[in-house]
Ligand binder design. Structure first.
Ligand code: C2E
Ligand code: MG
Ligand code: MG
Ligand code: MG
Length: 285
């Protein structure tokens, strides 16, 4: 049985469409319940200044605390949520809870910079998305400048002519926009230049090969150099080693994220991490 063997992920064995279909039906009704019963949790991963490790923001990553399966990671349920439409309530839940949490940290003087929330193309294309977002900001009292939305490159390319309008409406609210997993979707920097993005996140598949793999090194160097000169904030995803970090500093990549700095952590741990960093900065200045 896939479920027993899979631990905390859902695996699809090639045992015919019926098992697969049945698994999907079970999972989507469970996910639906999870949203209602608050079984979803948010973890936060620091976005840092590559050279100083100072925290400049936090990426919000959803987890599903399943009563029997344990912690389920988003790669195994986001796609299903997109296909079934559950991404709409799920996405709104994530946004609302992330903004509430950020507002709480802001009130407590915790220096988190801004929060970066992943949003799906399915969510953004709903005509009421900008309005929903606006009312979440209003309800929670979080300033728009404290929020960044991360969109994947493939989704943005699918939008074509609509991208300018849709993204422009979001920018008008005063939030920041990041292009996630950049480099995986074959869009050009020339195309990007016409869109209102603030941040380019270089996909972790290019960072893994640093510093020795010549192709990875060339790609990261090119994206960083061009990204910087076009005025984007360039961030490297999945930084795991000091050698990768040194390479990034060398080519002028000023932002990073990855296990080298911190894995995604629960909210309580964020507070410890940030208050420790703030004390450190005060005592050493
Ligand atoms: P992403 O937005 O590219 O998020 C970064 C992923 O890389 C996270 O996986 C994070 O845990 C992982 N990661 C961070 N540092 C390292 C590292 O040094 N090494 C390695 N190997 N991995 C690292 P996670 O949390 O499993 O999320 C996977 C994807 O699920 C995210 O990729 C994002 O596309 C999606 N996702 C997560 N939360 C949400 C959400 O609330 N809404 C939507 N629509 N998608 C989400
Ligand atoms: Mg992301
Ligand atoms: Mg990413
Ligand atoms: Mg990714």
């Amino acid at each position: 049985q896939a479920r027993e063997a899979g631990g905390n992920t859902y695996r699809h064995y090639a045992r015919g469409l019926t098992d697969y279909a049945r698994e999907r039906v079970t999972m989507s009704s469970e996910l639906n319940r999870a949203i209602e019963r608050d079984e979803l949790q948010l973890h936060y991963q620091p976005l840092v200044d590559t050279a100083s490790s100072r925290v400049t923001g936090l990426e919000v990553l959803v987890r599903w605390q399943h009563p029997e399966r344990g912690m389920v990671l988003p790669d195994s349920f986001i796609r299903l949520a997109e296909e079934t439409g559950l991404i709409i309530p799920l996405g709104a839940w994530v946004l609302r809870h992330a903004c509430l949490q950020a507002r709480e940290w802001e009130a407590a003087g915790i220096p988190f910079g801004r929060i970066a929330v992943n949003v799906s193309g399915v969510q953004i294309q709903r005509s009421d998305f900008a309005r929903t977002l606006e009312s979440i900001l209003h309800e929670t009292g979080l300033g728009a400048e404290r929020l960044e939305l991360e969109l994947t490159e493939t989704f943005v390319m699918d939008l074509r002519e609509d991208a300018q309008q849709l993204l422009g409406d979001l920018k008008d609210l005063g939030i920041a926009l990041a292009m996630d997993d950049f480099g995986t979707g074959y869009s050009s920097l020339a195309y990007l230049k016409g869109l209102p993005f603030d941040t380019l996140k270089i996909d972790r598949s290019f960072i893994g090969g640093l510093p020795d793999d010549p192709a990875s090194a060339a790609i990261v160097t090119a994206i960083t150099t061009l990204g910087n000169s076009l005025g984007f904030e360039v961030l490297a995803e999945g930084v795991e080693t000091q050698a990768q970090r040194r390479f990034l500093i060398g080519v002028g990549c000023r932002r990073a994220q990855g296990y080298l700095f911190s894995p995604p952590v629960a909210p309580e741990a964020v507070v410890r991490l940030l208050t420790r960093a703030a004390r450190h900065a005060t005592s050493s200045s």
